[in-house]
Design a protein around this ligand. Sequence first.
Ligand code: BJW
Length: 234
Amino acid sequence: MNVLILTGAGISAESGIPTFRDANGLWEGHAVEEVATPQGFARNPELVQEFYNQRRRALLNPEIQPNAAHVALADFEREHVEKARGNFLLVTQNIDNLHQRAGSQNVLPMHGQLLQARCTYTEEVFDWTEDLGNDTPHPEDPDNDRMRGCLRPNVVWFGEMPIGLNRIEQAATSADLFIAIGTSGVVYPAAGIVAQTPPHCRRIEVNLDDTPASSAFDETIHGSASVEIPKLLD
Ligand code: BJW
């Protein structure tokens, strides 16, 4: 059995990480489109860096830990792979590292990772836990003034190409079980993955509410991920 999981901000909400579109989808009065687009970054780099600096600092707070849903997915993967029952891929739209910290192995962070920075000149990617800003020197060329402030968070903004689309399409078209957890189903291409699964595939959505994508699923389980995912995967 080939299993494909898609997770969104809702799975990390109970770990204390705010979602995007609940609470009006605003961060300090700014719409997500204002702080998560290349245009927004070009217009106001300080604002966008601060959005990610705050979220990076919050993620590094020891109180932020994987919850029961992250752990249940990691346990399920281990058992699934050990018993050689088929392929398993966990595609996450989240840029936190809570799946990896819970022990998931086959994780594809399609919108990038908060604890990485990318050089806008060379495209090099670095592990990163500090604040970023206009004064941040390039880690491997710190005396080069032209490269000062060249780092941005290694995340995927609107209009940019998500990571691993070929691998995701391959997993979707060969999936026997697809579970989408805690995602609002409005951001593409993630929201279109369900439509790529074959007719025999069982499609389950887990969310507090219905979403615009619900009609594409065989079943929507209403409830919080930390309660419903351990039950579903038991
Ligand atoms: C719970 C819960 C609990 C709460 N338990 N549940 C087709 C049609 C229309 C538009 C497009 C299209 N194809 C492409 C587009 C454009 C665009 C797009 O989708 N726009 C729409 C908004 C209209 N897409 C793109 O631009 C993408 N790129 C692309 O398509 O490139 C193509 C290309 C081609 C050629 C050249 C170049 C490019 C890129 C999208 C990038 C999205 N980036 C962000 C920011 C990432 C970095 C960061 O984190 O800051 O990704 S935006 C934001 O939205 C973030 C999220 O990953 C993403 C999805 O949000 P998510 O995870 O669903 O969160 P919420 O808050 O929306 O929902 C939470 C859900 O959880 C809710 O439903 C709650 O009910 C639920 N919940 N608590 C269970 N405890």
